[in-house]
Design a protein around this ligand. Structure first.
Ligand code: NAD
Length: 302
């Protein structure tokens, strides 16, 4: 039976450490780090994610603010607000909760956030830096997956990994972080990575997964990864989140992409949903916000 990787517990430990680091940073005479989140429209999941982020800020001693904008906000209005936040010395980190409404171009918005305040790591500069093994902001979910693997002592160096999903904000940076050179600035994981996506035939997906020592799945399709696709002893990290109605209770609940009850019988390690990658994502956002505040403080001294 697989060992459960408890993302809630690991993230609580990391938050405690971050709280100490924030206190030391502020104690040394620096301003309290500040995160501003911008949310456009009324998507309930986005609102829930932003609330979680604000709660985490409070927990670690980072000040925060959410700018709630109506769904009919124009792209120019949003760009103007991002410009103001970029220029505000009291703001350490800026994030625009995705998705934005369809009339707004997501890439234009991500690129408008100043690279040094881009705590989501979605700006083209930070994405390029990650691809080139350079210091920068790495998106929080891939950072969280890396932290879970490291905390659980999962060997990655030279091992076979499959990343299921190829999105630009989650799976691609994850695949970069998993295969890149651990000796460089991003301290990546040196695995041999195969990327599968919507056009990978199901038979091929199963074949690739069966060869993997580590499977990380970020798709949003409950039950995609089944027991027969997992090599005995492999580590299975489930990034997917889908809200469904529980057949037994009739209540809404969150599930991942992995058939958890079945796969845990063969895997060596597995993350649950909820309580796996989700809490780590929020924690690594706090890590990135403190990092932004520290970098900005250092650059003011020069
Ligand atoms: P996305 O919709 O942008 O990407 C989904 C990816 O899945 C695509 O690249 C697509 O090619 C691939 N895909 C679709 N069907 C497939 C199939 N049958 N086989 C293989 N690949 C297939 O989504 P995203 O933003 O990358 O998020 C993925 C999932 O992760 C979602 O469920 C999202 O809610 C979740 N998520 C979780 C966290 C967290 O903190 N736990 C953070 C971000 C996203």
């Amino acid at each position: 039976m697989a060992q459960i990787i408890d993302g809630k517990l690991i993230s609580a430990e990391k938050l405690t450490k971050l709280r100490q680091e924030v206190a030391e940073f502020v104690g040394a005479g620096n301003p309290i780090p500040h995160l501003t989140a911008v949310i456009v429209g009324e998507d309930p999941a986005s609102q829930r994610y932003v609330r979680h982020k604000m709660v985490a800020c409070k927990e670690v001693g980072i000040s925060s603010e959410t700018k709630w904008l109506p769904a009919n906000t124009t792209q120019d209005e949003l760009l103007q607000l991002i410009g103001q936040l970029n220029g505000d010395d009291n703001v350490s980190g800026v994030l625009v909760q995705l998705p934005v409404p369809e009339h707004i171009d997501e890439r234009t918005i991500c690129n408008a956030v100043a690279p040094e305040k881009d705590v989501d790591g979605f700006n083209e500069i930070n994405m390029g830096r990650l691809a080139l093994d350079m210091e920068g902001f790495v998106p929080a979910t891939p950072l969280g997956v890396k932290a879970l693997l490291e905390h659980s002592n999962i060997a990655t160096h030279g091992r076979n990994a499959v990343v299921v999903g190829r999105s630009k904000n989650v799976s691609l940076p994850l695949a970069i972080l998993m295969h890149s050179d651990g000796k460089n600035a991003t301290k990546a994981l040196d695995a041999t990575v195969t990327i599968c996506h919507r056009y990978t035939p199901p038979k091929e997906l199963a074949r690739h997964c069966r060869q993997a020592d580590i499977i990380v799945v970020a798709v949003g399709k409950p039950g995609l990864i089944t027991k027969d696709m997992v090599k005995p002893g492999a580590c299975v990290i489930d990034v997917g989140i889908t809200e469904i109605t529980d057949e037994k209770t009739g209540k809404r609940k969150l599930v991942g992409d992995v058939d958890f009850e079945e796969v845990r019988q063969v895997a060596g390690h597995i993350t649950p949903v909820p309580g796996g990658v989700g809490p780590m994502t929020v924690t690594m956002l706090m890590y990135n916000t403190l990092k932004a505040a520290k970098t900005q403080a250092a650059s003011r001294l020069v």
